[in-house]
Design a protein around this ligand. Structure first.
Ligand code: SF4
Length: 63
């Protein structure tokens, strides 16, 4: 299964992922972006977030 992952060291908090793909990305209690654990991920929406991420810090990981 493909799962989105974020390189938090590179994230610049632009919020694009939150706006484009709110079912997958959230800002957690300590203000970092986090990937919600889901049984599957909407490919198109995640791709949109990847394309629009200002820091190019979202990738697909294969589990
Ligand atoms: S789109 Fe990328 S840089 Fe912007 S908040 Fe999300 S992970 Fe961070």
């Amino acid at each position: 299964m493909k799962v989105p992952a974020i390189d938090l060291g590179e994230c610049v908090d632009c919020d694009a992922c939150l706006e484009l793909c709110p079912t997958v990305f959230v800002r957690n209690d300590v203000c970092y972006i986090e990937v919600i654990e889901l049984p599957g991920y909407p490919e198109e929406e995640v791709e949109d977030a990847i394309k629009n991420c200002l820091a190019d810090c979202i990738i697909w990981e294969k589990l």
